[in-house]
Design a protein around this ligand. Structure first.
Ligand SMILES: CC(C)(COP(=O)(O)OP(=O)(O)OC[C@H]1O[C@@H](n2cnc3c(N)ncnc32)[C@H](O)[C@@H]1OP(=O)(O)O)[C@@H](O)C(=O)NCCC(=O)NCCS
Length: 301
């Protein structure tokens, strides 16, 4: 049976929801019933993951004052862990944060969950108060990168220029950056120089357009975070759903970029998975997922 996302609505839902929270997040540390709730429940956004009638995961998001939102009470049933369900819950809450107009998501992570959040794009900020003897750390991720419209225009111009100079194929394809607002990057290329014998876009050109779009989002993030790295694609998958018949465009968002880049500051290579949609007249015709590495720049002697 397909696992589905659900918003608790009736008494039975709420009872199951809080019971699950208590069982997963409080009972193992001998905390009483009631300790699984706080005063913000009414003004929060709640999600449940259901396998048929069985509740298998929960998460909550509430808005803070300063354009931020906070995730709390994330848990997945141990029998269902490591199946991308925690990631699905977190992405759903991040989408809710975007709907609320938030630019950043923060959370206090248990030390045992640090790796999970880092894989999903969160970086550590500082120690947070411990709870029931469990060390916690403040983490955050941007949904919109900090910077002004002028910053983004200038950086996109520079990026397009460096593509055209250093990657000749991008020049032949006439690849352009169409827009970036700190959240969503759009690139485009005319059909003519990228056409195949069917009169639609050549699959290899589609792949290149998608690869560079993901690469571009990674580059813009590093610039916003004042980080330097050499970028390489280490794995990529594309699904061609329909022919590209109209002016090709790509779209990828900060939400789809998963992986903590700030580990570069600790002298470690970083990596990110980025999803890119390929659009023909605003309809999705292909889906790309790239695994990129941001390598520490090689030292010059
Ligand atoms: C943390 C938790 C919600 C993760 O849920 P999950 O469904 O197992 O996570 P996912 O399968 O979606 O994992 C997404 C990625 O993170 C990785 N990951 C998951 N848990 C991890 C952990 N504890 N440490 C390091 N990496 C982890 C997965 O391997 C996966 O990586 P991949 O995409 O490269 O394969 C779950 O382990 C849990 O409920 N733990 C107990 C309660 C808890 O600690 N909640 C968090 C409170 S702050």
């Amino acid at each position: 049976m397909a696992i589905r996302m659900h918003i608790p609505r009736n008494d039975a839902d709420w009872q199951a929801y809080y019971q699950f929270r208590w069982q997963q997040l409080r009972a193992p540390w001998q905390q009483p019933l009631g300790s699984e709730r706080d005063e913000l429940e009414h003004q929060s956004h709640h999600r449940m993951l259901m396998d048929g009638d069985r509740l298998i995961g929960v998460g909550r998001l509430h808005q803070l004052d300063d354009g931020k939102a906070q995730v709390r009470y994330m848990a997945v049933d141990p029998a269902y862990q490591r199946q991308q369900l925690g990631a699905r819950l977190l992405t759903e809450l991040e989408q809710q944060a975007l709907v609320l107009g938030c630019t950043e998501v923060v959370l206090n992570a248990r030390d045992t969950a640090l790796g999970f959040y880092q894989r999903l794009g969160y970086s550590m900020q500082q120690e947070a108060p411990s709870q029931f003897g469990i060390a916690h750390y403040r983490m955050h991720r941007y949904l919109r990168l900090p910077g002004s419209v002028e910053d983004w225009q200038r950086r996109c111009q520079q990026l397009q220029q460096s593509w055209h100079q250093q990657i000749p194929l991008s020049r032949f394809m006439q690849l352009e950056i169409a827009a970036f607002d700190g959240t969503e990057l759009r690139c485009q290329a005319p059909l003519e120089p990228n056409i195949n014998l069917h009169g639609t876009m050549f699959a290899g050109s589609l792949y290149s357009l998608a690869t560079l779009t993901g690469w571009g989002l990674l580059h813009l993030q590093l610039q916003a975070l004042s980080l330097q790295a050499d970028l390489v694609l280490v794995d990529g998958h594309i699904r061609y759903l329909k022919p590209m018949q109209h002016k090709p465009q790509t779209r990828c968002t900060m939400l789809s970029a998963k992986g903590d880049l700030t580990v570069l500051r600790q002298g470690l290579h970083a990596s990110q998975r980025i999803k890119v949609e390929l659009l023909s007249a605003d309809k999705v015709v292909a889906l790309f997922e790239g695994h990129y590495k941001a390598l520490l720049p090689r030292r010059t002697q």
